[in-house]
Every structure is written in C-alpha cells, then in structure tokens.
Design a protein around this ligand. Structure first.
Ligand code: PLP
Length: 234
C-alpha cells in the first residue's frame, strides 16, 4: 500500500470515531484532499486510493496540473479568488468554497451567465474568529450577505466554510466550529436557504470539526505529508 492509501485509511478511521462520538454518520462527511504543492502523480495516487474531491487554493497551480490529473475528480477552489481569474475558475472548479465578498459573487454570476454555466455552487467563507489575517464574512454580516448572494441568479448557495485559527491544542478550535454550525443552522431556518454543506476542519483539527457537525473536511498534510519538505513554499 502506498503511504497515501495508509494515510487515507487512518483519516477515515479518525473520522469514523469522531462521528461516532458525535452520534452522526461518517458517510455524511466529505473528505476533500487538499493538493496545493502536491504534484499530479501524487494526486493521481490519491484518486486511485479512493479520493473523489480535491481542493486547490491557487488558480495557476490548478491550471498547470489539471491536464495530467485523472479525469473525474471534483475540484474545489479553496483560496482567495481574484476577480480577473473568475472565468477560468468557472471552467475548472465544481465548487467555490471561498466566496468572501460580494464583488466576487457578482463577478461569478456575471461570468457564469456569459459562459452559459447554469449555476455556480458556492460556500460563503466566514471569518468566525474575526482574524485580521483571514478573508471571510464577519458573523454579524452573514445574514445580509446571504440575502445578497441569493439574489444572484446563477449562484447556488450550498453552505458555509471556515478556516479556524491555528492552535497547538485542537481543542481550542472547538468554539469556532460550534459557532459556525450554529450560524449555519440559524441561517437555514431563518432565511430558508437549503444549505447542505458545512466545510470545516483541516489536518490539525478535523476530528474536533467532525465532532461539531462538519460535513466536509479539507485535509492536505495528513494525507500527503509535509508540504514544506524539500523547500516547497506555500
Ligand atoms: C492548505 C489548506 C487546507 C489544508 O491544510 P492542512 O493543514 O495541510 O490539512 C485546508 N483548507 C484551506 C483553505 C487551505 O488553504
């Protein structure tokens, strides 16, 4: 077995146990393999091992690898998307996880219309911990933001995404995940949005995120190893 298949096994076991503790179904948790700085051979190994979803945070890197990656995977955009890259993003990605400002939503809607893309699935990125260093909509602005997004005809709002602040002890991230889940539930009830995705949890904290109700985890390092090895910069 390749190291990736071994790692995948371990991650799935951890997800199973976390879901069991939370009383949820581990099959409801989608694992997105984050492939930034991972070459196409390793991506294809991961797909052969059973990965179905891959996440990239830079358009240029995704574009370079795309032709060599085994067809059939769903590609998720998880980085900060510049407006001049929107057209290309619409051609590569099935889900934009990082809708973090209204101008981007409008640009996605406009370009989808021009390209004849019937709908763009997207998640709104929420800056739950209000960190200056992170993109995302502030929790208090979320209801108004969602209303604006829902008014854009080509966008289909599928859920919320967050990146928790890094903590040496993953337990410290729990309140962030809990708050996002509560926001997600509130918005679904009060605004009657059919959001089915709650994207939260990375290598450092995905078990805590699953315990708090995550339906989508984005995992890079635990699957592929350290990106910084060999001097590769993120
Ligand atoms: C890099 C990245 C991840 C994965 O990070 P790991 O700690 O390697 O699992 C998840 N989400 C986003 C948005 C990222 O940029």
């Amino acid at each position: 077995m390749s190291d990736i298949a071994d790692n995948l096994d371990r991650i799935r076991q951890n997800v199973d146990r976390a879901a069991q503790r939370a009383g949820t179904n581990p099959r409801d948790v989608c694992l997105v393999a984050v492939t930034k700085n991972v070459n196409f051979r390793r991506i294809n190994d991961a797909l052969a091992a059973g990965i179905t979803d891959i996440g990239e945070n830079r358009l240029q890197e995704a574009r370079e690898k795309f032709p060599d990656v085994t067809p059939g995977a769903r590609w998720h955009f998880i980085g900060h998307l510049q407006r001049n890259k929107v057209k290309e993003a619409l051609q590569l990605f099935s889900l934009v996880q990082s809708l973090d400002r209204l101008s981007l939503g409008r640009e996605l809607d406009k370009n989808a219309s021009q390209l004849g893309v019937p709908r763009v699935d997207c998640l709104v990125q929420v800056n739950v911990a209000s960190e200056d260093s992170k993109y995302g909509v502030a929790p208090q602005d979320l209801p108004g933001f969602l209303r604006e997004v829902m008014a854009l005809p080509r966008l289909r709002l599928r859920g919320l995404m967050t990146i928790a602040p890094y903590a040496a002890d993953a337990e410290e991230t729990r309140p962030v995940f809990r708050q996002l889940r509560i926001l997600w539930q509130q918005c679904r009830e009060e605004q009657e949005v059919e959001m089915d995705i709650l994207s939260m949890g990375m290598t450092n904290d995905y078990t805590v995120a699953v315990e708090e109700g995550s339906t989508m985890i984005r995992v890079g390092t635990a699957l592929f190893g350290d990106r910084h090895q060999g001097g590769v910069q993120t």
